[in-house]
Design a protein around this ligand. Structure first.
Ligand code: MG
Length: 230
C-alpha cells in the first residue's frame, strides 16, 4: 500500500493521556484536604463521567472551552458532595499535575521515529490548542511533523469531516493516500474512513464489526511498523 502521508492522533495513540489524567487526579486528591474522605479512584471515576459528558457537549457546540474547563471540576465536586466553589484552584492545579505525567505510549516513540524517517507525517488531534501545543513542544513534534492540526483551531472536532478536509488540504495528497493512526473508534476510525482515509486503529478492544471498518487493527506499535515495512 503506497501511503503518501501519515497522520497520527495524539492522545492515547502517541501519548498516554489516560495514565497522565489518572496520575494528575491522584495528585489532586492528595494535595487538597477537602478530598480527605474521597478515594482517589472515586475522584477518577466521577471526573471521567463528568468530563466525557462535557466533551460530548463541547463537540456539539453546546458548551465552550472555558465553560467545559469550569464545569468538569465544578460538577465533579458537586457529585462528590464537596465545595464546588473551589473548581478553579482545583482545575488549575490539576492541569499542572497532568502535564508532569505526560509520556509516550509503549513503543510509540520508536515507531513514530521510524515512520517519520520514511514518510511525511502529521498530527491531527482534538483537544485544547494551548495544551496540545505544549505537548508538541515537550515531545519535539514540531520538528518532525510537517503539519499539526488541532481541532480547536479548525473550529470543529473529529469526526467532523471539516477537520479531515483541512488536514487533507494541508497534506496535498488524495484522501485515500493518507493513513491515519488513532485509538478512537468514533473520532478516528469512523471519522477518517468516512472521509476516504485509510485508518490503522490502535486498540485492544472493539468487536469484529468495528474491526472491519478499519483498514488495519493493531495493539502493539511493532505491528504497525512491520505493516509499513520500516
Ligand atoms: Mg486519541
Amino acid at each position: 500500500m503506497a501511503y503518501k502521508f501519515i497522520y497520527f492522533d495524539l492522545d492515547d495513540t502517541l501519548l498516554d493521556h489516560k495514565s497522565a489524567e489518572a496520575a494528575g487526579l491522584q495528585d489532586v486528591q492528595r494535595h487538597f484536604s477537602l478530598f480527605n474522605d474521597t478515594k482517589p479512584q472515586e475522584l477518577i471515576d466521577v471526573y471521567h463521567e463528568v468530563n466525557s459528558r462535557q466533551w460530548s457537549l463541547y463537540s456539539q457546540g453546546e458548551v465552550g472551552r472555558e465553560q467545559l474547563q469550569r464545569n468538569r471540576f465544578e460538577q465533579t465536586l458537586a457529585k462528590l458532595g464537596l465545595d464546588e466553589s473551589r473548581y478553579e484552584e482545583i482545575g488549575n492545579y490539576y492541569m499542572q499535575c497532568y502535564r508532569n505525567h505526560w509520556q509516550w505510549i509503549d513503543g510509540a516513540k520508536e515507531a513514530y521515529e521510524k515512520l517519520y524517517a520514511s514518510f511525511p507525517v502529521g498530527i491531527l488531534t482534538n483537544g485544547f490548542a494551548e495544551t496540545q501545543r505544549k505537548k508538541f513542544e515537550k515531545f519535539d513534534l514540531y520538528d518532525s511533523a510537517r503539519h499539526v492540526v488541532i481541532s480547536e483551531e479548525v473550529g470543529a472536532l473529529k469526526p467532523d469531516p471539516k477537520v479531515f478536509r483541512h488536514a487533507t488540504n494541508l497534506a496535498e495528497v488524495e484522501p485515500d493516500e493518507i493513513l491515519y493512526v488513532g485509538d478512537s473508534f468514533s473520532s478516528d476510525v469512523q471519522g477518517g474512513t468516512s472521509f476516504g482515509w485509510k485508518v490503522a486503529w490502535f486498540t485492544g478492544n472493539g468487536n469484529l464489526e468495528q474491526h472491519k471498518q478499519a483498514d488495519f487493527v493493531f495493539h502493539q506499535f511493532k505491528d504497525l511498523t512491520d505493516l509499513l515495512e520500516v
